[in-house]
Design a protein around this ligand. Structure first.
Ligand SMILES: C[S@@+](CC[C@H](N)C(=O)[O-])C[C@H]1O[C@@H](n2cnc3c(N)ncnc32)[C@H](O)[C@@H]1O
Length: 371
């Protein structure tokens, strides 16, 4: 892969600039956050998720602030945890948030789609108080593997009961989201569910908390669970933020368990990892034709600015973590849409041509759309 520094339009951002952002976006003063003791709630970023951009929010915000002028709408079309959209929503900007996985959609809906002050604290207290003495679908398959048997029983009981007590779609999503975040804290994994650890030492009891949501900013937001390439044809926005998977590792493999729990269709599961059929949630961006998918996405984008995170993670022995789309392809496709600049979090990587020593550099491709 050719190093991006070969692009004459590359723009350097030194690390030192990042903390001292000249933010233009004023934080909304009328935030209506619930008054709950810190220990009893969780926030959008309080979960482990591969490739999440929480630590890069200032970097992304600075690029938007420098390049995009007045922003009224921001689309996070591969949203994952949703933290990038949430950052811009804080400034009162309308956010369109989308992910192909239902487990992510439920959480995006909870945090960014809830526009009423739905009180779920008493339901969460009730769910935490449930007894779990018998095995169920979840403990049969995932107990003594990803969780202690007791935690797996309780997770199964809680998930079943959510179907009985949720009074609306919004409430159901809130409760599912609360369960998913709680599950992540007691999972016997390294942060994803491709495998579980041999030693089952995550023994603390599973406990749901209340999501901390500023619903006052969510009125205009739109939340979707769609293939990005289909959705892009139906929406328009000022800024389109694109953060697809970079390599052959499917998010549906890494998060099959959360997806199974969120959907709660109790499918057959197979293999050591106890994975369900995931053919409906496979991503084109992890396959050989990723470049074609990307080209199609950009061609159909109806927006003024495009930001794309895509990292050069270096070449791996088994090839699984090699980037699916080359830098040349990204540049060529984006240049067909407008003027392109590349922002890197690491200054040295640009000047020396080395990729940060460990072959990993945080990059954002920016395109000022003019076609
Ligand atoms: C790199 S992660 C995004 C991380 C996110 N920016 C964050 O901060 O949490 C890529 C996401 O794209 C989703 N995804 C993959 N293929 C997709 C597709 N075709 N349409 C929509 N979402 C897709 C995955 O489920 C995953 O959550």
């Amino acid at each position: 892969m050719t190093n991006v520094k070969s692009s004459s339009q590359a723009v350097l951002i030194e690390d030192t600039i990042i903390p001292s952002i000249g933010r233009r976006f004023p934080v909304k003063s009328n935030a209506r956050l619930p008054k709950i003791p810190v220990a009893q709630y969780f926030q959008m970023q309080n979960r482990r998720y591969l490739g999440n951009k929480y630590k890069l929010l200032d970097f992304i915000e600075e690029i938007v602030s420098k390049k995009c002028g007045q922003v009224e709408s921001f689309c996070d079309i591969f949203a994952g945890t949703g933290v990038v959209g949430e950052r811009f929503n804080k400034f009162g900007i309308k956010v369109i948030s989308n992910d192909i996985l239902f487990s992510n959609y439920a959480c995006l809906s909870a945090f960014l789609g809830t526009n009423l002050d739905i009180q779920i604290a008493s339901k969460i207290e009730y769910l935490n108080s449930l007894e779990a003495n018998k095995d169920n679908y979840f403990s049969d398959h995932f107990g003594d593997r990803y969780f202690t048997k007791q935690n797996a029983r309780k997770i199964g009981v809680i998930r079943e009961e959510i179907e009985n007590i949720a009074d609306s779609e919004a409430e159901r999503n809130l409760l599912i989201c609360s369960l998913l975040y709680a599950v992540d804290k007691v999972a016997n994994t390294v942060g994803h569910y491709d495998a579980y650890r041999k030693t089952l030492d995550m023994v603390k009891p599973v406990e749901l908390q209340v999501p901390r949501i500023d619903w006052s900013a969510n009125e205009e937001n739109e939340i979707y669970k769609e293939d990005a390439n289909k959705l892009v044809k139906k929406i328009s926005c000022d800024v389109l933020y694109i953060d697809p998977p970079y390599n052959s590792r499917q998010y549906s493999d890494a998060y099959h368990l959360l997806e199974n729990l969120a959907e709660w269709k109790k499918p057959e599961v197979v293999g050591v990892g106890k994975k369900m059929d995931r053919s409906h949630i496979k991503s084109e961006y992890c396959l050989r034709n990723a470049t074609l998918a990307f080209e199609d996405l950009i061609k159909n984008a109806n927006c003024k600015h495009i930001l794309m995170s895509y990292n050069n993670t270096g070449e791996s022995k088994d090839g699984r973590s090699n980037a699916r789309i080359s830098d040349e392809e990204i540049l060529q496709i984006l240049k067909a849409k407008g003027k392109v600049e590349i922002f890197e979090k690491n200054y040295q990587a640009f000047t020396t041509g080395k990729s940060n020593g460990d072959g990993h550099t945080e990059r954002v491709f920016y395109c000022n759309v003019n076609k």
